[in-house]
Design a protein around this ligand. Structure first.
Ligand code: AKB
Length: 318
C-alpha cells in the first residue's frame, strides 16, 4: 500500500494533486505538508492529514515519514524561475538543499522519491525545436541550474544507493484552482482570469515567444502514471520530457477568441521574464515518456481553453 507525503502541497500543483491522490489511494494514505498554513486552503487541510514540514530541516521530514509509515515522497516544494532570479541564493537553498534532505530521507527510510524537473533545465544552447530527451543542458537561470543538478542528484541516488527516484520535466502548467507563484509561464494562467473579468489582458511575454505548456489534469496524470510505471521499463527515470501543447501568446489569444470573440491581447514585455523565456525550448520531443511509461496527454489548446473558461466562470461567480 502506498503511503505518500506531498511537500509543498499548498502550491499550484500540490493543491490539486493531493485531492486526486486521496481519491486514488485513500485520504489517510496521503499526507499533505507545507512550510506553513496558507489561507484559502482550509478544504485541503481538512480533507486528510496535514503536517508542517520545512524541507530544509531533514528531521522534520524524517519525523513525518516515521509517524505515517511513508514509502513515497512527492517533493513539490521549490522556488520557480522568475522569483528564483530575484532570490538566487534562496532558490539554491530550497531547491537543492531541500532536495538533498528529501533524498537522504528516501535513502535512510526506503522511500520512492518523485521530484519534478522543468523545461528550465534547458538553456540557450539546447536545440529549441522538438528538443530531444537527451541533449545539451546549460541553463542560465538559478532555477534551471537547480533543476539540472536535481536531475543528476536523483540519478545519483538511484545508481549509487538504489533509491527509486522518478520525475518529469514539466512545461508551463495551466490551472484554475491555485495561481502559480513566480514563474515565467504564469502569463498563460493570468490571461484566462483577465479575459473573463476584463475582456483583455496585457502579456509580460512577447508576441512570437513559443513555450511548451500543459493543462493541470494531464500534469497530475504524469505524476501518478510515472509513479506507478514498471521500474524495469524506465530507462530515463528522472527527467522525462513530457509535452502536451506548445504556443505563443498570440495562439492563446486566438484560442480564447473562439469563446470570447471580443477578447483583446496587449503586450508590455517584462525584460527579465522575457530573457528567461528566450532561453527555453519552443517544443519538446516526449517520445521516451510515451514509449517507457505510456504518456498520453488528453488536452490540446482549445480543449484546455474551453475547460479553463468554464471552470473559472464558476469559481469567479461570473
Ligand atoms: C516557471 O515558469 O518557472 C515554471 C516552469 C516552466 O518550471 N512554470
Amino acid at each position: 500500500m502506498r503511503k505518500i507525503l506531498v511537500t509543498g502541497a499548498l502550491g499550484q500543483i500540490g493543491s490539486e494533486l493531493v485531492f486526486k491522490l486521496r481519491e486514488v489511494y485513500g485520504k489517510e494514505n496521503v499526507v499533505a505538508s507545507g512550510r506553513r498554513i496558507k489561507e484559502g486552503h482550509e478544504e485541503l487541510i481538512e480533507s486528510g492529514p496535514f503536517e508542517i514540514v520545512n524541507i530544509q530541516e531533514e528531521k522534520q521530514i524524517t519525523d513525518v515519514v516515521k509517524k505515517y509509515n511513508i514509502n513515497t515522497i512527492i517533493n513539490l516544494a521549490a522556488l520557480l524561475s522568475a522569483v528564483g532570479e530575484k532570490m538566487p541564493v534562496r532558490c539554491w537553498d530550497v531547491n537543492m538543499n531541500g532536495l538533498y534532505n528529501i533524498l537522504e530521507v528516501g535513502r535512510k527510510e526506503g522511500c520512492m522519491i518523485y521530484n519534478p524537473s522543468s523545461i528550465a533545465a534547458f538553456g540557450p544552447s539546447t536545440p529549441p525545436d522538438n528538443t530531444p530527451q537527451d541533449t545539451i543542458q546549460r541553463p542560465t537561470t538559478m532555477y534551471g541550474v537547480t533543476k539540472v543538478a536535481g536531475e543528476l542528484l536523483c540519478d545519483y541516488y538511484h545508481t549509487k544507493f538504489g533509491v527509486d527516484t522518478r520525475g518529469v520535466r514539466f512545461p508551463g502548467l495551466i490551472s484554475y484552482q491555485t495561481l502559480p507563484g513566480g514563474g515565467t509561464t504564469d502569463y498563460a494562467v493570468h490571461i484566462y482570469y483577465d479575459a473573463l473579468k476584463n475582456g483583455e489582458y496585457t502579456s509580460f511575454i512577447g508576441k512570437g515567444t513559443q513555450m511548451d505548456m500543459m493543462y493541470m489534469p494531464d500534469a497530475l496524470d504524469a505524476i501518478i502514471d510515472l509513479m506507478e510505471a514498471d521500474s524495469d521499463k524506465l530507462i530515463h527515470r528522472n527527467a522525462f520530457n513530457v509535452s502536451a501543447m506548445s504556443f505563443a501568446p498570440e495562439d492563446l489569444e486566438a484560442s480564447i477568441k473562439k469563446f470570447i470573440p471580443d477578447f483583446k491581447l496587449h503586450y508590455d514585455v517584462d525584460p527579465e521574464r522575457q530573457a528567461i523565456a528566450d532561453t527555453w525550448p519552443n517544443s519538446l520531443d516526449d517520445s521516451a515518456a510515451r514509449e517507457e511509461w505510456g504518456w498520453d496527454p488528453k488536452y490540446d489548446l482549445d480543449a484546455m481553453t474551453k475547460d479553463m473558461l468554464d471552470k473559472l466562470k464558476v469559481k469567479l461567480d461570473l
